[in-house]
Design a protein around this ligand. Structure first.
Ligand code: CP
Ligand code: NVA
Length: 299
C-alpha cells in the first residue's frame, strides 16, 4: 500500500519532526546549489479542482529541483470535468505517474482518489484539511524560533481547513492551540476530538492571543463559500488581527497567514506587512517542505 498524505495524521510525530528537519536542510542545500536531484525521471500529476498560486508553483518547482516532472491537470481540460469518476482517473494516472496531488472541494472525493490510486496521493487542500500548509508553517516556526513544542499558538477566525490542520499539528508536535472563532464557525467536532487536550476552544480573540508565541489567521470565506461572504463578513468583523490585537501576544510573537490574504478583513495591513509577519518566508517554505514530503513519499 502506498503512503498517502491526506491529513497531517498520516505522519507519526517522529516522521513529522524528521520531515521538518529535512525541509530546513534541503533549503540550505538548494541555496548553496548542492541539492541532490533525488527523484530523476519521476512524475507528479497535480489535479486542481480549485484555484491555486502557491501550491501549484511550489509542487511544480519542487519536482523540477528534484530532477522530476509535474503535470498540471484541471477539470476544464481533463475528462474529470466531463464526469469521469475519480476512481477511474486515479487508476489510469497510477499506471503512468509516481504520485498524485489533488486539490478539491469535499474531502471524501480526495479519499475516493486515494482508495483507488496505486501511488501516493497528497492532499493539496480539501474543504477539511490543508496539511501541506502546516508543513510550511511548522518549518517556518522551527527556523525562526526553534521547536514549537510547549509554545502557545492562537488561531483567530474561521474554524476551517487550515485550522483543522493546526489542530492535528498541535496534537503531533505538542503545542497549545487557543482558538477564537465566532459562534457557529468552530472546527468540526470530529477533528477537535483528535486534539489530545492541546486545544482550547473559544470565541474571545483578545483572550486567545494573550501571551501567544504565534498568531495565525485565514480568510473569512474559503474557496467554495463565496455566496456566504457578506454574512461571514458581519460575523467575523470582531475577529480581525489588528495591531492592537497583536499587541496582546508576546513581544517576539510571529504572525502567519497561508495566503491569499484580504487586508482590512481578517488582518490589518500594518500586521501582515509589519514586523511580526513572516508570511513571505512561510509561503516560500511551501517549496522546501513539499520537497521533503515528495522525497519521503517517493524516495
Ligand atoms: N496557501 C495556499 O495554499 O495558497 P494557494 O491557494 O495559492 O495554493
Ligand atoms: N481556507 C482557504 C485556504 C486557501 C489556501 C480556502 O480553503 O480557500
Amino acid at each position: 500500500m502506498p503512503r498517502n498524505f491526506l491529513t497531517l495524521e498520516d505522519l507519526s510525530a517522529n516522521e513529522l519532526h524528521a520531515l521538518l528537519r529535512r525541509a530546513v536542510a534541503m533549503k540550505s542545500e538548494w541555496r548553496e546549489r548542492r541539492l541532490r536531484a533525488s527523484l530523476p525521471g519521476r512524475t507528479l500529476a497535480m489535479i486542481f479542482e480549485k484555484s491555486s498560486t502557491r501550491t501549484r508553483v511550489s509542487f511544480e518547482t519542487a519536482m523540477a529541483h528534484l530532477g522530476g516532472h509535474a503535470i498540471f491537470l484541471s477539470p476544464t481540460d481533463t475528462q474529470l470535468g466531463r464526469g469521469e469518476p475519480p476512481e477511474d482517473t486515479a487508476r489510469v494516472l497510477s499506471q503512468m505517474v509516481d504520485c498524485i496531488m489533488v486539490r478539491t472541494h469535499a474531502h471524501e472525493r480526495l479519499e475516493r482518489f486515494a482508495r483507488a490510486a496505486g501511488v501516493p496521493v497528497i492532499n493539496g487542500l480539501s474543504d477539511m484539511h490543508h496539511p501541506c500548509q502546516l508543513l510550511a508553517d511548522m518549518q517556518t516556526y522551527l527556523e525562526q524560533r526553534g521547536e514549537i513544542s510547549g509554545r502557545r499558538v492562537a488561531w483567530v477566525g474561521d474554524g476551517n481547513n487550515v485550522c483543522n490542520s493546526y489542530i492535528h499539528a498541535a496534537a503531533l508536535l505538542g503545542f497549545d492551540l487557543h482558538l477564537a472563532c465566532p459562534p457557529g464557525y468552530l472546527p468540526e467536532p470530529s477533528v477537535l476530538a483528535a486534539a489530545r487536550g492541546r486545544v482550547v476552544v473559544g470565541h474571545d480573540a483578545p483572550a486567545a492571543v494573550s501571551g501567544a508565541d504565534l498568531v495565525v489567521t485565514d480568510v473569512w470565506a474559503s474557496m467554495g463559500q463565496e455566496e456566504e461572504a457578506a454574512q461571514r463578513r458581519a460575523a467575523f468583523a470582531p475577529y480581525q488581527v489588528s495591531a492592537e490585537l497583536m499587541g496582546r501576544a508576546r513581544p517576539d510573537a510571529l504572525f502567519m497567514h497561508c495566503l491569499p490574504a484580504h487586508r482590512g478583513e481578517e488582518v490589518s495591513a500594518d500586521v501582515i506587512d509589519g514586523t511580526h509577519s513572516v508570511v513571505w518566508a512561510e509561503a516560500g517554505n511551501r517549496l522546501h517542505s513539499q520537497k521533503a514530503l515528495l522525497e519521503f513519499l517517493l524516495g
